[in-house]
Design a protein around this ligand. Structure first.
Ligand SMILES: [Fe+2]
Ligand SMILES: [Fe+2]
Length: 280
């Protein structure tokens, strides 16, 4: 068993988890500053070649579907807008935390789930009328909701690999196994990291409670996102473990099943077209 204080101390000592990746925090801070202009942002992003290339790649991906190819950073920033640039910078920075090869394909699968969740969350908000959440904020929430798994895998690789194996075989889910093995869940751990990274309290709370019965719109959205991802194989978890709060989530979001089904197919197609973004 592990105590939450022990984990907090480990996270605070860890280079990757104690603070938000540098370039992302810089871009996030700039986007939130009303005095910053698009050309200031261009200057900062252009200093980082990887980020520049990724911004261009994402701007041209099916996710943002430009009518004409976008070839310059300036054009990408004006096309995507500040809020989207924030999502893109965060996505690029966070992806590097999933790049470790030493865990076989576990990290790659975690990334696939994170990126797919980001896309599903954002596009559900954009497509289903009546969801009163911000699409780009929900992109970030989807992207980071399971980040606690990355932390637990890094800190306790042996135990966590065994958990992944049991979850993959369909006999259990992460939440129940983590409670048994650690007494602490990836939801709690993820909330600790996001609070260190300076995310707003409602986002931190949504991550911390994302496997409980949903009471807020953010949690209900995450419930739907996980149902999508597990049904379509963007997750290690079998759908039966995600489905228990389906009705409740639709209730909280006040959407009916028809509206959901209508959008599901197009979001699924978008995911299939976004394989480059998903790294699959
Ligand atoms: Fe989760
Ligand atoms: Fe998840």
């Amino acid at each position: 068993m592990v105590s939450i204080d022990e984990l907090r101390a480990k996270i605070e000592k860890d280079d990757e988890f104690s603070t938000m990746p540098h370039i992302a925090s810089k871009v996030v801070r700039m986007v939130e500053d009303p005095n910053v202009t698009a050309s200031d942002l261009e200057k900062i992003i252009s200093m980082d070649q990887v980020l520049t290339a990724e911004v261009l790649k994402l701007a041209n991906s099916p996710l943002y579907a430009p009518r004409m190819p976008i070839v310059s950073l300036k054009h990408a920033i004006s096309y995507l807008g500040m809020a989207n640039i924030r999502s893109v910078a965060l996505m690029v920075a966070v992806r590097s935390l999933y790049s470790s090869k030493q865990y076989g394909d576990i990290m790659a699968n975690f990334w696939k789930h994170a990126a797919a969740s980001a896309i599903v969350a954002r596009n559900l908000v954009l497509a289903v009328k009546g969801i009163n959440l911000n699409a780009e904020e929900m992109f970030t929430l989807g992207l980071l909701h399971d980040f606690g798994k990355v932390v637990l895998l890094k800190f306790y690789p042996k135990e966590y690999r065994e958990i992944v194996a049991r979850v993959s075989s369909g006999e259990t889910d992460f939440y129940q196994e983590e409670k048994k093995v650690f007494g602490v869940t990836h939801a709690q751990v993820g909330a600790l990291v996001l609070s260190n990274w300076g995310f707003p309290i409602d986002v931190v709370n949504a991550v911390g409670t994302h496997h409980d019965e949903p009471e807020t719109e953010m949690n209900a959205l995450l419930t739907l996102v996980n149902i999508f991802c597990s049904s379509w194989d963007y997750s290690f978890v079998s759908p039966e473990f995600e489905l228990k709060f389906f009705e409740r989530a639709l209730d909280v979001l006040k959407i009916d099943e028809d509206a959901w089904r209508k959008e599901a197919e197009s979001i699924r197609e978008l995911l299939e077209k976004s394989s480059e973004v998903l790294g699959v």
